[in-house]
Design a protein around this ligand. Structure first.
Ligand code: SAH
Length: 318
């Protein structure tokens, strides 16, 4: 999953009509603007530090950050304090981010190592779902790790592997299937630890489940349609749902506060998306009005992204 996804993202801009999928910041400018409001509020709660890191994991086209910066530019002390840190594996997307994100202090990193050394605000929209997962299946009363191998025609196939040390880590509550993303756990532990040390806030937005893993959530998407996971490897986007329960349990080992997870619609409404919509509609052309209305519907409707997507806030602003 790591090899396939790294190849996938390093070689294309996957977003939009001509691409494979669309994300919330690409649906409407209001998404990044509302997160901008959340970020300013978090910064003020942190005591308006003169300098802080504004970190984004997997910024895609940089649209969220662009909209966030534009919506907050009337708060000059906030802008002066921002030191932008972007974690991005893709040179193609980095180039697009360079065009879209205008700020005098931006640093790019290829991986999320020890970059945090002061108070910070971190945003990750649809980043955790791209990280590699492990899956285990109980067969004939024996746990086996699902792996990928080749058949006699040299095609990729799923195989089951009994020899894995990780089998010892499967929670006893699991009966027949277990899915886990150790890298997400490591990253969230690092974020929560740094929040407890320096103060800050992190916003994790993704599709996922709240009550622990129950089934196989690995999926491939290509041209806005589900795709065979083992076909056209590296040409389709692979994702798995995010296990928010485990991420919360991990964070709680540190001195931090948690808000949520709440559904994306609740988060966006709480931070005023309806008010923002009304402001934007006032000066909009008919085409812009239609775009705004369909955009907000896509972001908050329970049949679209409103319920499936969850927002988890981890913070320690004292
Ligand atoms: N946040 C953006 C993009 C989401 S797609 C949006 O909402 O539109 C996932 C993003 O994470 C892409 O920018 C991709 O290149 C990046 N990415 C995926 N795996 C990564 C990894 N292991 N390390 C760093 N970045 C990664």
């Amino acid at each position: 999953m790591r090899i396939v996804n790294t190849h996938y993202y390093r070689t294309r801009d996957p977003f939009g009509k001509d691409g494979d999928f669309i994300t919330a910041p690409e649906v409407s400018q209001m998404f990044g603007e509302i997160i901008g409001l959340w970020a300013v509020n978090s910064w003020q709660s942190m005591g308006s530090p003169k300098s802080f890191q504004l970190i984004e994991l997997g910024p895609g086209r940089g649209t969220l950050m662009k909209d966030l910066l534009r919506a907050t530019k009337h708060i000059p002390k906030f802008h002066d304090a921002i030191d932008i840190q972007l974690i991005e594996v893709s040179p193609v997307l980095k180039k697009i981010q360079k065009q879209n994100i205008i700020h005098n202090r931006i640093t790019w990193h290829k991986s999320f190592e020890t970059i945090i050394d002061k108070p910070f605000i971190l945003i990750a929209n649809e980043f955790f779902d791209a990280l590699p997962i492990y899956q285990f299946i109980k067969e004939d009363n024996i746990w086996k790790k699902k792996s990928i191998g080749l058949n006699e025609n040299e095609e990729l196939v799923f195989t089951l592997d009994q020899e894995s040390l990780m089998i010892n880590l499967i929670p006893e509550t699991k009966a027949i299937f277990y899915e886990s993303c150790p890298e997400a756990v490591d990253i969230v532990a690092y974020i929560a630890k740094k929040i407890s040390e320096y103060g800050g806030a992190a916003l994790i937005i993704d599709y996922g489940y709240l009550n622990g893993s129950n089934g196989d959530t690995l999926q491939a998407v290509k041209n806005h349609k589900y795709h065979n996971i083992l076909k056209n490897s590296g040409e389709a986007d692979l994702t798995a749902h995010v296990d928010f329960k485990t991420l919360i349990e991990t964070s709680k080992k540190f001195k931090i506060d948690i808000v949520g997870p709440m559904e994306q619609s609740e988060f966006l409404k709480k931070w005023g998306i309806e008010i923002r919509k009304k402001q934007l509609l006032k000066n909009a052309t008919i085409k812009q009005k239609l775009d705004l209305l369909s955009g907000i519907n896509r972001l908050i409707s329970p049949n679209e992204m409103g319920s499936l997507f969850k927002v988890l806030e981890i913070k320690n602003v004292n």
